[in-house]
Design a protein around this ligand. Sequence first.
Ligand code: ZN
Length: 420
Amino acid sequence: MIELSFHGGMASVGASAILLDTGSEKIVFDYGTKPREVPPIFPIPIKGNVDAIFLTHAHLDHSGGLPIFVARGDNVPIYAQEVTKELTELLLNDSIKISNEEGFPLPFNKDDVDQTIRNFVHLDYKKPIRIGKSTITFFDAGHIPGSAMVYVESEKNILYTGDFNAIDTRLLKGCEKDLPEVDVLITESTYSDRNHPNREEQEKEFVRVIKETIYEDGVALVSGFAVGRLQEVLLILRKYKVNFPIYMDGMAKKATTIINRHNKLLRNPKSLENALENVEYVNNKTQRKKIIKQPCIILTTSGMLHGGPIDFYIRKLYKDEKSSLILTGYQVEGTPGRVLLETGRYVTEDVDLELDMKVFRFDFSAHSGRDELLQFIKDVNPEKIFCVHGDHTQEFAAELKEEMGFDAVAPIANNRTFKL
Ligand SMILES: [Zn+2]
């Protein structure tokens, strides 16, 4: 008897964690946090020993809780792409730094993070491995470099999508479409209720805003996520031959270096290296003060204006009508980025500023939009579907059931264990 239990990332985004108990093996898919909560929220604990963890990608909402296993004395192997290991190390160490700065405790320390990273085992796409009686294979998920879908062959064939993008972006090819037979699909549902705007139109409008800002002698301040998003933005600037001074600041620098080292995972392996030819890294306040005296493009974190060097730049530029603040990611409710879009004010614990600089938002999402999600589910055509990782999983499961005839369910906190 196979049993699936959902420990987080159910009816919302964050703290993704799933336990598959095949009767002979216990396998965990992802173990994340809700990183933007202070302190972060962790999954419902998984009791007992686990045979293996498969990590779909580095983002903290999938990886942020991994050191808990080491902290409780369990050195379980974590299978992931090499780039996922390196990016996870970067993000976990950053979460330790933030907990120290903001003064909230985490249930693990720096030593636990280091040991967690040592427990990683490299697993490439399409290279099946055996865990007890089950065979597990990674397929490219097209979400960020190294992102994987997990396919388990046991009594039932199970596919967990992790976060996935079905369409090509500048950085990555869309997810693997040639998948083996799937009985049980566990799918992310981030955009189950909406489509993305046309990508090419977004790119062109983004480039137009950048050019207009620079021609007006302003600074184009672009905020985005360190892992995936700002690399995508770099490639867009390259594609449209935007030849102004480009600076990169914050954690995106290290993330870009790591991703470029694993460039065989990119849609065009040379693309990032080429785009970096025009980019200068910014490392300190003196440099920051200097670069904003001239029109330029600055790419920096955080993507939701929650800390990072973007805070310095906004405080310096907010009164400048010629400059632009350009958001490139989804803004979660309650974050300074969301508040800014709703009120025109930049509000943090320290400041409340009314912006004269122009504010724009673009959608360069790395998740499948609604139409792609539906097409993917039709193509996979499973016997049973679990909808997770979204704000509308219940509605989505109901729709899949009533309108498309699938046996679909959305796990919730008090109904989260299922026998297959
Ligand atoms: Zn992700």
